[in-house]
Ligand binder design. Structure first.
Ligand code: ATP
Ligand code: MG
Length: 337
């Protein structure tokens, strides 16, 4: 294996800031622990439906992989869909295939039948079966319906198939929509991941360095550099990894045993972390303009309502003056303002 020279310079056995989600590198935060426990408990207690959401790069896939590692040891069989941009038939076929069921040349109905026989058999042997859909915010309405139908496979007491949906916050919004209320009602547990805070960012970097072989007494990133990493990454683990890896490369280039905040700032600027695309800016800009316009319209509407209210009040007063001469039923049917 070729070990890049910077690793030797910093006494690293392996790359500490790889961006592939490797359970080996898990750093525990209360949020991650809570989510891990919910996913694990949800499946073990046959809760049916569990949803994990979090912004891009907060560790959803990593957490799912950790849970799968744990569950594998307890005999849970799982199918793992990581790209849900499939047709309904492809989706069902993929799941059944992942469970090891024969799917070649079979129609959807046949596959569902053998899937359900498989689930019943596992259930009778007291074994849990799990379907994980990562990137679930990409699920089409058609596939969400398939997922819902899969949750219908149940005995009188328990769900035959446990389902974990992991995805970006749009998934929460999707599930909150009126059209998907049937699925939302079936969700037994929901958990969210957040970016790390400064202290967690410090611990995260240290932990990864230690796993890669750095002694606990050695600080490769100065305190100020760590603060700069937090500032530029906003605590998103994937961005922390990218900054740290590039900072180590740059630090090695300068033969710097300790990474300074200046190195981090330079790396962040090279990675264009502070740059928001003009399209994005335009989008934000236009949504800001839209919001301003909405506010204006709202103010105008309130003003009009107030004017109307005053006008009707005046009418009411003058009507009241005349009411003495009007029959009773007419005054009783005045509109209420
Ligand atoms: N708690 C953690 N401990 C160790 N590494 C973490 C942790 N959280 C995230 N990471 C690392 O951050 C990177 C991004 O994590 P991951 O791919 O799981 O994010 P994600 O939420 O699935 O992102 P996306 O929305 O883009 O799919 C990976 O390298 C992962 O190992
Ligand atoms: Mg992911």
């Amino acid at each position: 294996m070729i070990i890049p020279v910077y690793k030797a310079f910093y006494n690293l056995r392996l790359n500490p800031f790889e961006i592939t989600p490797d359970p080996f590198f898990l750093f525990s935060t209360p949020r991650h622990n809570e989510a891990l426990a919910s996913l694990y408990y949800g499946v073990r207690a046959r809760k049916g439906f569990v949803v994990l959401t979090g912004e891009v790069g907060t560790g959803k896939t990593l957490l799912v992989r950790c849970v799968l590692e744990l569950l594998r040891r307890t005999g849970v069989a799982f199918a793992y869909v990581f790209n849900p941009s499939l047709s309904a038939l492809e989706f069902i076929r993929y799941i059944a295939g992942d469970f090891g069921l024969p799917v070649a040349g079979k129609a959807k109905d046949e596959i569902i039948l053998s899937l359900s026989a498989f689930l019943v058999d596992r259930h009778q042997r007291k074994l849990a079966t799990l379907l994980v859909v990562d990137e679930a915010h990409h699920l089409s309405a058609e596939l969400l319906e398939e997922v819902r139908l899969l949750t219908n496979l149940e005995t009188t007491q328990q769900k035959l198939l446990q389902i974990v949906l992991a995805g970006q916050p749009e998934l929460d919004e999707m599930l909150d929509s009126y059209a998907l209320r049937q699925i939302k009602q079936r969700v037994a547990l929901r958990c969210q991941l957040e970016p790390l805070n400064l202290e967690e960012t410090r611990g995260y970097i240290q932990r990864r360095l230690q796993i890669a072989g750095v002694g606990t007494d050695i600080a490769i990133f100065s305190e100020a550099a760590t603060s700069a990493i937090f500032r530029h990454s906003k605590g998103f683990p994937r961005t922390i990894n990218t900054i740290c890896e590039n900072a180590l490369l740059s630090g090695y280039g300068r033969r710097a045993a300790v990474i300074s905040p200046e190195i981090v700032d330079e790396v962040a600027s090279d990675l264009r972390l502070g740059v928001v695309s003009s399209r994005e800016e335009k989008k934000n800009g236009s949504s800001r303009a839209e919001k301003e316009q909405e506010k204006d319209e709202l103010l105008r509407a309130v003003k009009t309502l107030l004017e109307l209210h005053d006008y009707l009040q005046e009418m009411k007063l003058s009507d009241k003056k005349e009411a003495t001469t009007l029959p009773r039923e007419i005054t009783e049917h005045e509109p209420y303002i």
